[in-house]
Design a protein around this ligand. Structure first.
Ligand SMILES: Cc1ncc(COP(=O)(O)O)c(C=O)c1O
Ligand SMILES: [Zn+2]
Length: 414
């Protein structure tokens, strides 16, 4: 493990306040929502903290902890293994397909160690578990969070309880189980699993990553925005397309770009943010289209299981950042998701999961309706690896010839 260029001291989590009613929480502790108004909680950073400049950040190890001043802890992080600093891949053929000047993929499909951007949110959630001295980490997951929690907990040697909907892809289940957590499949949708976990938070001294540690967990996603800005040479793209499930990632991308602008690490205007969902579960896109931001819960029916959250916790906030950034939202049918996975792979060499198919297909749909200009510089967030959802393309194998080991059998194919 790379040592961190931060002073060693006991780890403390910053306190929370309610972003709806503004009520502060006196001492930092796990909490899902505001006790007064049930509003969402956010981390309160010390106003007088000293922020690093570009040079100081550039000299730090290539993990997400290089941005520690924007992460919700005081002191050197524990569980600080090498999460973050995923490739930002130049994708000229994608730029051509979208009709824009430049396009890049932020390839969190190659995230260490569990091949999705959820390693970022688990890095902060696990530190919250440690800061609060909790006995176990838990989560409600559509699959990738399960993989990330199980892997990180195994490395730290702490117990993990992982709750998922029964019908997840095999690779997501096995890729969780292999690390030795208590994996529990729940008969129901993700929203049933999430409701169960909200009740469990009252019963057990667990840090449930996306429930009672949600305010700390979400901050990890900002590091994707920080890395994009730094990897572009300390500047911002004009547009970013990201998949949405609970709506946290897109909200935190907006926050991250805003924080780098406020710190004068970059100049210009925040990128327009575009949110992508599957048509079989698109409560955020539909709320955005209606214009009032009110989420109408849906019962998911899509191959994009990682995005199948029918009642997204940050759905309203997501519609607001899409709107204020000047962006838009699109949903795409399952056939277009499959085609999106194939086309992305064939244009870039990157095999993304179903969420990546959603992102790419939505970007194409947005381009077709004139969302982008020829001057745009667009980043697509590729948030998970295709091997995790390979069965979504299993039918493609029927097109592959099977031959005897004879030259004339190959010649017959040419
Ligand atoms: C691969 C992938 N991309 C994107 C998301 C969306 O994340 P959020 O819930 O922050 O909107 C998820 C959530 O599970 C995911 O697994
Ligand atoms: Zn409140």
């Amino acid at each position: 493990m790379t040592s961190l260029a931060l002073p060693p001291q006991a780890l403390a989590a910053y306190p929370l306040s309610c972003s709806a009613c503004g009520r502060p929480h006196a001492s930092p502790r796990p909490a899902a929502t505001c006790a007064e108004c049930l509003g969402p909680l956010e981390v309160v950073y010390p106003a007088d903290r000293v922020l690093p400049d570009r040079e100081e950040i550039a000299g730090r190890p290539h993990t997400l902890w290089r941005y520690a001043e924007w992460l919700p802890f005081d002191g050197a992080p524990v569980a600080a293994h090498q999460v973050g600093w995923t490739p930002l891949l130049d994708a000229p053929r994608v730029a051509q397909a979208l009709g824009v000047k430049r396009a890049w993929l932020k390839v969190d499909a190659l995230s260490s160690v569990s091949l999705s951007f959820k390693d970022r949110v688990v890095a902060t959630a696990l530190n919250a578990v440690r800061a609060f001295g909790l006995e176990a980490i838990a989560c409600a997951s559509t699959g990738n969070l399960a993989n990330a929690v199980a892997a990180a907990a195994a490395r730290e040697g702490i117990p993990a309880w992982i709750f998922v909907p029964e019908d997840l892809e095999q690779a997501k289940l096995i890729g969780t189980l292999v690390h030795g957590p208590r994996l529990v499949r729940v008969r129901g949708t993700y929203d049933d699993v999430n409701r169960l976990c909200a009740q469990l938070a009252d019963e057990f001294a667990w840090g449930i990553a996306n429930v009672n540690l949600r305010a700390y967990y979400g901050e990890g996603s900002k590091t994707m925005a920080f890395e994009v800005a730094e990897q572009l040479g300390w500047r911002l793209p004009t547009a970013v397309v990201a998949p949405m499930a609970g709506g946290s990632l897109v909200t935190k991308l907006h926050k991250g770009f805003g924080e780098f602008l406020a710190a004068d690490l970059v100049t210009g205007t925040p990128p327009r943010l575009y949110g992508a969902q599957a048509s079989g579960c698109a409560p955020i896109v539909r709320a955005f289209a209606r214009g009032d931001g009110a989420i109408v819960p849906e019962r998911p029916a899509t191959i994009a299981r990682s995005l199948a959250i029918g009642n997204p916790a940050d759905g309203r906030a997501a519609t607001q950042v899409l709107r204020t950034s000047g962006g838009d939202a699109a949903h795409v049918e399952d056939d277009l998701i499959r085609a999106g996975i194939r086309e992305l792979a064939s244009l870039t060499g990157v095999f993304g999961e179903t969420a990546a198919g959603v992102t790419y297909a939505a970007a194409k749909a947005l381009a077709a309706r004139g969302a982008f200009t020829p001057e745009d510089e667009v980043v697509l967030c590729i948030t998970g690896h295709g091997l995790k959802t390979a069965e979504s393309l299993a039918a493609d194998l029927s097109t592959v010839p099977v031959i005897a080991p004879r030259v004339r059998d190959v010649a017959a194919l040419t």
